[in-house]
Design a binder for this molecule. Structure first.
Ligand SMILES: [Zn+2]
Length: 329
């Protein structure tokens, strides 16, 4: 008797995976938010419905900040959240994770950023490599936060920095030199771009901030010259398909920017961005590419492979996962 064909979900579960674009505040498990606020969050939000679309970035960010304000009241809460999130990744066969926490959130909640960073690191379980990033808004260099951002370059448990927040806010003059000093201090740097602004801002982040990894970047496809520029500079894009769908980014660009970017030779990876807002898991994002855009198992495996290619771990540690992926297609 012929054995039953493995489903896409089973295939994706078995794939060793990475996630390189995950906001920790945006990954807060709904259960923890409910437990911390009895009665306030009786039902998951409408934004988890497949057909839901946010009106704009402000609509999305407003809801997310509401959840964050109700939960992230201490470094211990960050630890509890990270522990639950990381356990979910281990269960989903994710081997490598890059997650960020927001400097704006620690400022607003009056938390010690280094304690938060250490609390996240202390939650890392066996079997999952985690790199921790500090997310900074375009106007994040405030009198209050400047000394914190300065000290952050010496935090042992901080692996890098990321540019966050509304893309159309003016990017402060301080940013280029800070991003460079971060690299000089041994931190990896990346930036959100090409989600709400077009290709020109993606190029600017590479040129001015000196990043080699762009979070999102899907709108780069609108300008072939920028696509060539990214390929020539070896810039990778950490793409979040369901986030792009629910925030209306996909409707601004070609129907299938991810395949078009891959075909143009750009290394793309798959992540969830903010699951508390989109109601998605990493498996859902892979399945969305299979069901919505016809990605084959070989193509899904290529995306998983790309995640290990860009991972900030030694070739020795990537090798067993790449070998497993190779054996599956
Ligand atoms: Zn993001």
């Amino acid at each position: 008797m012929k054995s039953r064909e493995e489903s896409i979900d089973e295939f994706v579960q078995r794939l060793p995976k990475t996630e390189t674009h995950l906001h920790l505040e945006g990954a807060l498990p709904w259960r923890l938010l409910c437990e911390a606020n009895p009665g306030k969050y009786a039902h998951p939000p409408d934004s988890w419905q497949p057909g839901f679309r946010f009106r704009d970035f402000a609509h999305f960010e407003g809801e997310l900040l509401g959840y964050a304000e109700d939960y992230f009241k201490s470094p211990e809460r960050y630890h509890e959240c990270a522990k639950a999130v990381f356990a979910g990744h281990v269960a989903a066969n994710v081997k490598y994770l890059e997650t960020s926490f927001a400097s704006g959130c620690i400022d607003f909640m009056k938390l010690d950023g280094q304690e938060v960073c250490d609390a996240i690191r202390a939650a890392v379980p066996e079997g999952l490599e985690v790199r921790i990033f500090l997310g900074i808004h375009h106007d994040g260099w405030t009198p209050n936060m400047a000394p914190v951002l300065e000290r952050a370059l010496c935090w042992e448990n901080l692996d890098g920095i990321d540019l966050h927040g509304p893309e159309d806010a003016p990017l402060g003059d301080w940013s280029a030199s800070y991003w460079k000093r971060a690299r000089d201090a041994g931190k990896f740097t990346k930036a959100h771009a090409g989600e709400f602004l077009g290709p020109a801002f993606v190029k600017r982040c590479v040129e001015d901030l000196g990043v080699s990894r762009i979070e999102h970047g899907v709108r780069s496809i609108e300008d072939p010259e920028v696509v060539s520029f990214l390929r020539d500079h070896g810039v990778d894009l950490d793409i979040c398909p369901i986030s792009n769908l629910k925030l209306g980014v996909l409707s601004k660009t070609t129907a299938d920017p991810i395949r078009a970017l891959l075909a143009a030779g750009i290394i793309c990876t798959v992540s969830t961005d903010d699951p508390i807002s989109f109601g998605n898991s990493l498996g859902d994002d892979y399945r969305f590419l299979a069901d919505g855009f016809g990605f084959s198992r070989r193509e899904l495996a290529q995306l998983a492979r790309n995640g290990f290619e860009v991972a900030l771990i030694s070739p020795d540690r990537k090798a067993p996962h790449l070998a497993t992926i190779a054996s599956m297609v």
